[in-house]
Design a protein around this ligand. Sequence first.
Ligand code: MN
Length: 230
Amino acid sequence: MAHVLPLWNIPSLGVKDSQAQFPVRRIFCVGRNYVEHQKEMGGDGREVPFFFIKSAHALVPGGGNVHYPPKTSNYHYETEMVVAIGKGGRRIDAKQANEHIYGYGVGLDMTRRDLQQLGKDHGRPWDFGKDFDAAAPCSALVPAARSGHPAKGAIWLKVNGKERQRADLSDMIWSVPEQIAYLSEYYTLEPGDLIYSGTPAGVGPVKAGDDLHAGVEGVGELKVKIVAAL
Ligand code: MN
């Protein structure tokens, strides 16, 4: 079929020890899914987590250089385990949710915190704070067939070699299967969907020149360098 524009590539992630790519459809992100992070964001640690969405075109596959984004002076990291959906479905039972997972990665939910706060203050959407160019760096995926389904293990971030975030996956308020069950009541989950499963406490700002090094035990690591704005 002819198109009036040249077709662009489908956003995709690498797969560890493989030449094959994982094509990405949508990116769902859970907010406030670790108690200590809820508290640092002004919550009482008891709220129900919620979701927002980023465009798949915001991915930075495998990390690397990321330009400091425009229109912010408070650009934050949030280290998260990323869940890659391999088999779609709706109204998925949490007990069967793992069967829908292709694999796992390490992601950064990069955030223009000042624009997100502006949205919160005025009851407006979060998109400008959360969904922008290069807002979703993510490592290559490890297939669940190799990693299993990590429900505990360290999640951490170093900035310029200094540890800024460290928690355990078991500190999540909503487990990954619970997130899949919840999301699939609202959306038909499709192969290629990603879920950023929330960040622990310790979020903070970065500037051009900073080196970010994130990891999830049993899943992998991700390195990002913030470079000058375009
Ligand atoms: Mn997040």
